[in-house]
Design a protein around this ligand. Structure first.
Ligand code: PHE
Ligand code: CO
Length: 286
């Protein structure tokens, strides 16, 4: 429904009412189709924490979730709530929501023509992809701390660096489990094609997570990633970020040195060295 997409907020925190009863039957059907397709694909590909989150919040039952109901459940588990916003919100507004354990989710759902790819985050990306991991206490704490860290990064004028951390963890992170590599990033888990590409394609690098390395790495917003970063656990991610004072890091990062998305550095610990074939072919086709 185009009108929903254009709805704006007149509140300082940019939230709107989800207005759940106004979704059409077709919009609920789109959610159900996306859920069924993506969930089936993710069994054996996504980290258990993500799948358990889907189940704990009953995201597969009955169309587009009612965020008030989801929030009441989620709040009992980890103190998080989900609020509706029209679409992307300004950085400081976004960080302040996270710092207060509110996850801002787009209210609209993609159309049938956009099932496989959509530029702006809709409710499927946000609620199917991001919200399940907020049932995990460690990941939930990471997200809150990220919000506080974002406000701090703005003061240091290092938002670009901190945005790369979000990108390569919250959106496109992989995790090593006893059963092999698994997806936890929402940008992957909500995407049909990238859920396959990120794990199976020989093209991208898969590099062990290193905080400063990630903070210096540029990323692609228009195509599959050329490198993914692999954590061993949410605890590892937590210790490397929440338990670290970024001030000395931000000092070093002010030299502005950045790595291209496909670059492999001498110090990288590689889980898989990418062939780069996919990115090269795409570049040639342009
Ligand atoms: N510990 C970081 C700081 O001192 C904040 C942060 C937490 C950043 C978690 C990212 C993720 O700024
Ligand atoms: Co997202």
């Amino acid at each position: 429904m185009i009108l929903r997409q254009r709805r704006t907020s007149d509140r300082p925190d940019f939230t709107i009412d989800q207005d759940w009863s106004s979704y059409t039957a077709d919009e609920h059907a789109i959610w159900n189709e996306l859920y069924a397709r993506q969930r089936k694909l993710l069994v054996g590909r996504a980290d258990d924490a993500l799948l358990e989150g889907h189940d704990a919040l009953n995201l597969g039952r009955g169309g587009i979730p009612n965020l008030e109901k989801i929030s009441d459940e989620l709040e009992k588990m980890t103190g998080w709530r989900v609020v509706s916003v029209p679409s992307l919100v300004p950085d400081d507004v976004f960080f302040r929501h996270l710092a207060n354990r509110r996850f801002p989710a787009g209210a609209f759902i993609r159309t049938r023509e956009e099932l496989d790819y959509i530029e702006e985050p809709d409710i499927f990306h946000d609620v199917f992809g991001h919200v399940p991991l907020l049932t995990n206490p460690v990941f939930g704490d990471y997200m809150q701390a990220y919000g506080e860290g974002g406000l701090r990064a703005l003061k240091f004028d290092r938002l670009k660096n901190l945005a790369a951390l979000y990108w390569y963890t919250v959106e496109f992170g992989l995790i090593e489990t006893p059963n092999g590599l698994r997806i936890y990033g929402a940008g992957i888990s909500s995407s049909l094609k990238e859920s396959i590409f990120a794990l199976d394609d020989p093209s991208p690098n898969r590099i062990r997570f290193d905080l400063e390395r990630v903070l210096r790495t540029n990323y692609r917003i228009d195509d599959f990633q050329e490198s993914y970063f692999v954590i061993r656990s949410y605890d590892e991610l937590f210790r490397a970020t929440v338990d670290t004072d970024f001030a000395p890091l931000y000092d070093r990062l002010s030299d502005g040195k950045r790595h291209a998305p496909a670059t492999v550095l001498a110090g990288d610990q590689l889980v898989h060295r990418g062939t780069g074939v996919y990115a090269r072919e795409r570049a040639r086709a342009k």
